[in-house]
Structures are given as C-alpha cells and as structure tokens.
Design a protein around this ligand. Structure first.
Ligand SMILES: [Zn+2]
Length: 379
C-alpha cells in the first residue's frame, strides 16, 4: 500500500514538473473534442405564432396611398423573429381580393401577407375555420397568391397532385428534416368544391397516412400544427386531449395549437403508448398573434419557441430550450397603422416609444399577470 502511495506521489511530482506542458496539451485535446462535438450537432430554432386575424378596423387603419401597409404592426417583433430559422404563423384569413372584409368572412389585402413575410414569417398555416370564407375561388386565390409571393404554406390544396407534392410539408433546414402537419376542426359550415381540399382533424384515416408519409420520407421530427379547441377557453377541452393522444400515439413529436383566441398552457403531455406512459411537448393554444379583439385574454398571445438539435454522428434528435415569448397587442389608431405587437419584456417599462393611457397600462399588466399565472404549471 505504502509502495503504491509512493508511486502515486512520484507521478504527481512528474505531473507538477511537467504540469504546464501537460496542462496545455490536455486542454487542447478537450478543446478539440468540444469543437468536434459542436460540429456534429446541428440546430434549428422554431418559432410559432398564433392567429393572425385581419378584422376590418385593422385594414382600415393600414390604408396607405393606393394600397395598405401593415409593416408597422410587426416592427417591434421582427428582432425576435430574426432569431428563428423556421417561423410559422396561422394565417386566419383569405386573400380573395376586393371587397375586403373582416369578421365573419375574411378577405384581407395582399399586403397583409407580404407584411407578415417581411416581418420574418416563412411558413403560413391555412387549415383553419376561415380558409373557406370566400368559397372555392377564395381558397384557390389564397394558395396561388402565397405561391407567387414565395411563401410556403400548408393546410389547403388546389387538387390531389398539389397535396401530394406539398404535403406533409417537408423542410430541410441546417441538415434537419422537419415535417409539418396542419389540420382544422372545421370551416364554419362552409366548404370548397373538389378538387380543392382542406385538411380536417376528423379525417383520422388520412392523418395516419400523412404521418406515415412523413416517416417514409425520413423526417427527423414531425410537428403537428392544429386548429382546435373551444374559443375563449383558457384550458384544453376534451377534444384537444383526445386528439393529442391520437397524434402522439401515431408518431407526432410536438403539437402546437391555435384557434381559441386566448393562450392556453404548454407542457409535457403524458400519453399512453403500448404499455408505457410517455411525454411529449405540447403548446395547447398560442392566442391571437394580431387582431382587433380587445377583451381580457384576447389582446395578446405567445410565440412558441424551441430548438431542434440533431447529432449527425448518432442521428439523435432532441427538442431543447422550449419556452413561450409573450407579447401584447397595443391598439392606438392615432398612430399608423394602429396596431402593434409588443414583446412584453421590452415594453412593460418603456415610457418613450408609446405613452400608454391608464386603461392600456392596466390591460397590458393584466395580460402579463394572467399569462404568468397560467404558466405557473407549465414546464
Ligand atoms: Zn380559428
């Protein structure tokens, strides 16, 4: 024992004599290892925004010269969007042309879409209850105009071939293959004529096939963007829970929801798979991204944020750093264009950009407080 101890001391001595060199050498090795690991991991940051509505007061206030300009609405959120690689928004209107209309059957000026694109959104969701608001021709016009604007979308299709070509949407970003699915609970009783089609949540046979297609096309991750839930309800309903089970069980990795016009929690949702209980990430509802709705809970929302990582050596894919970025929609038509999406963190103490009235201040604080309370249980 004593011999061994002596030997260890001699070694320790050697290390201390040559310590400096050894230290540098081993440090270099560690650094090289880190670089090698970093090189083998690729990342995609995904941001998802909720319901982009276009009520008539919004376009009325965005009138500019012979057209419309909504870019000012999004000027304070662009910095956050610039940090995302894949920025998704639920485009809850049509581009059916004039006469423009708000609730209940929407048709927004084309500039509404270009402003969202310019703000940083690169993927629009169209499977929602307003996509058939202007009939078959309105749906066709929306698809074609977005294509002309070079905006990718999912949810509605011109015909069978178009659906086959573009669905599930498969995006390869930074070496990660992401499949996007998009379905709606319904279309307010309106329908479109064949061959135009809308992805419906009730069509479970088709959904299973779509998920299989995504898997067959070697998607690293499958994200389902679902238009569902009960309007103005701050917690998921029975249908949402059942559908979440269905999507997760069949191989979906993440679910992000929209439609209730209010924020619902995000969490790791437990679901039954074979004999085990597993958990996957779900954002139940993101609330309004922008709208003319001013009632409590409807005047703001969250952007879902998460990072997908892939280890190119092991092929392991993970979802990391998920969080919710809250913003409040400020309406003040004495400023152009009257509506502003304000990240709460940057604006709650800001007294120079806008001077909020007492009423606005109260509403802003109320939104933050409500959202924080709601997220106490979110993880
Ligand atoms: Zn909706």
């Amino acid at each position: 024992m004593k011999k061994l101890l002596n030997l260890m001391l001699i070694f320790a001595g050697l290390f201390s004599i040559f310590g400096f060199d050894l230290y540098i050498e081993s440090n270099q090795t560690i650094e090289e290892n880190i670089i090698a690991n970093e090189d083998s991991i690729v990342y995609v940051r995904v941001l998802v925004a909720g319901d982009a509505m276009c009520h008539s007061p919004q376009y009325t206030n965005a009138k500019s010269g012979n057209g419309y300009d909504f870019s000012g609405c999004f000027q304070y959120i662009t910095e956050i969007l610039s940090q995302g690689d894949l920025n998704i928004v639920n485009f809850e209107t049509t581009l059916a042309g004039e006469p423009y209309s708000g609730y209940p059957q929407f048709s927004a000026p084309d500039e509404y879409a270009t402003s969202l694109k310019d703000a940083g959104f690169n993927f629009f969701l169209l499977a929602n209850n307003h996509c058939a608001d202007k009939g078959t021709n309105g749906t066709i016009a929306t698809i074609e105009k977005l294509q002309n604007m070079q905006i990718s979308s999912a949810g509605v299709y011109l015909n069978e071939q178009d659906r086959q070509d573009r669905y599930p949407a498969l995006l390869e970003i930074n070496g990660i293959k992401i499949a996007l699915l998009n379905y709606t609970y319904g279309t307010n009783g309106l329908s479109v004529k064949k061959p135009v089609s809308i992805n419906l949540l009730e069509d479970t046979t088709q959904i299973k096939k779509d998920i299989e297609t995504a898997k067959n096309k070697q998607a690293d991750i499958i994200i389902a963007l679902l238009h569902w839930g009960t309007e103005y309800q701050r917690y998921p309903d029975k249908q949402q829970k059942e559908k979440a089970q269905f999507f997760f069980k069949n191989g979906t990795d993440i679910i992000v929801g929209s439609h209730p016009h209010v924020v619902q929690p995000f969490e790791y949702y437990m679901y039954d798979n074979a004999d085990t209980t597993q958990k996957k990430l779900i954002f139940w509802s993101l609330g309004n991204f922008i709208s003319n709705q001013r009632k409590e809970h409807t005047d703001g929302g969250i952007i879902a944020s998460f990072t997908i990582t892939k280890n190119l050596i092991s092929n392991q894919v993970q979802v990391e750093n998920h969080t919710a970025i809250p913003y409040w929609v400020y309406k003040n038509t004495s400023f152009f264009p009257g509506y502003f999406v304000l990240p709460t963190e940057n604006f709650i103490n800001d007294t120079t950009t806008f001077k909020f009235s007492d009423e606005d201040n109260k509403a802003f604080k109320r939104f933050i407080e409500n959202t924080e309370n709601l997220f106490q249980d979110s993880r």
